[in-house]
Design a protein around this ligand. Structure first.
Ligand code: GRG
Length: 319
């Protein structure tokens, strides 16, 4: 199947998963659930869950318990977008081709919708644990036979990998990840950034969630530590390339292509990779980082064709 068709199928699958895990719009908290769903269902490229699922597949994963983690990472990403658009931060009126949540629901409800998505992400991911049998339930009176012991050990390993995935899902969006990057971005806006500060901001603000997505896919599929090191390096390159490409698009794309205002970095007086190095050099760096990621992917056993094509598609994306 062609890459484009595969991507369409994967995004359709992600949409189904997200829909299945979103809360019902009912109760006195209905308005906030409506506001959560407003931005979640507005589309978006769904890159993070697609990356998670594709890395999971690369390492041979075929169980459903990756799904709550896929929904959770998109919820966390969407919360960050709702909060990033608020008047106190970027003060943007459009996102994913729609008016932003605070324009439609008011600032208080948009803050709460972001908070709710972050919290609900963890409620959702935790559902993975109830998708595997309780090891203790499999124990019967008397001695366990060899097959049961094997099954029991497998379940214990699955639970361990879920705990590890949870640890990544809780840490990467936090102060040692996305929020850390966002804090530096807010505090340093308007000042001359060193290359080191810019790298810190990009690695955390944008890279952390991409790293979380790919690492969780690998962890849940039972990848070894040496393989996780490679996945981390690949994800870190993809994250950096993704943010530089985002900077390029902010200068070169149209409102219609992005579904959000262009030249927002200039409006917000942000120093970006593009303002420091120019468009041509930035494009070269995106290409280099992506190609390095693809070369490292090839050293992992398994069929990495889709992931390589996805990384190359991200270089040429128009939104
Ligand atoms: C906690 C007050 C408070 C704010 C949090 C952490 C944060 C604000 C914002 C995250 C920073 C951010 C928006 C980084 C940019 C990363 C980026 C390129 C986002 C766009 O991702 P795409 O292109 O978007 O995947 P779609 O809409 O396609 O999902």
């Amino acid at each position: 199947m062609e890459f484009e068709q595969q991507m369409v199928k994967k995004v359709e699958y992600v949409e189904q998963v997200i829909k299945a895990y979103m809360p019902d719009e009912a109760g006195l908290q209905k308005t906030v659930i409506d506001a959560m769903d407003y931005t979640m269902s507005a589309g978006g490229k769904r890159i993070r869950p697609v990356l998670m699922q594709s890395v999971y597949e690369l390492f041979g994963g075929e169980e459903e318990y990756v799904e709550p983690f896929m929904a959770a990472i998109e919820m966390i990403h969407t919360y960050s977008l709702i909060h990033d658009d608020l008047p106190a931060l970027d003060n943007d009126d459009y996102r994913r081709g729609r008016k932003t949540a605070h324009i439609v629901y008011g600032e208080a409800m948009a803050i709460l919708a972001g908070d709710s998505l972050l919290n609900y992400a963890y409620e959702t991911a935790a559902k993975a644990f109830s998708m595997v049998a309780e090891p203790i339930c499999m124990e019967e009176k008397g001695v366990l036979d060899e097959d049961k012991i094997k099954l029991l050990l497998e379940e214990v390993n699955v639970r361990r990998s879920m705990e590890r995935a949870m640890s990544v899902l809780t840490t990467k969006p936090g102060i040692y990840g996305m929020i850390g990057g966002q804090v530096a971005d807010v505090e340093l806006t308007g000042s001359r950034l060193s290359e080191e500060q810019l790298t810190y901001i990009y690695e955390n603000k944008t890279g952390a969630l991409i790293e979380a997505s790919m690492l969780i896919g690998a962890i849940l599929a039972g990848a070894k530590d040496t393989e996780l090191d490679k996945v981390f390096k690949i994800a870190s390159n993809v994250g950096m390339a993704f943010q530089i490409q985002d900077d390029i698009l902010d200068e070169t794309a149209t409102f219609e292509e992005l579904g959000k205002p262009v030249h927002s970095d200039e409006k917000n007086e942000k120093v970006t990779y593009v303002t420091i190095h120019g468009i041509d050099e930035s494009k070269k760096v995106v290409e280099r980082l992506s190609k390095e990621a693809c070369s490292l992917l090839e050293t992992i056993e398994g069929d990495c064709t889709f992931l390589k094509e996805l990384i190359l598609y991200l270089i040429h994306r128009k939104n």
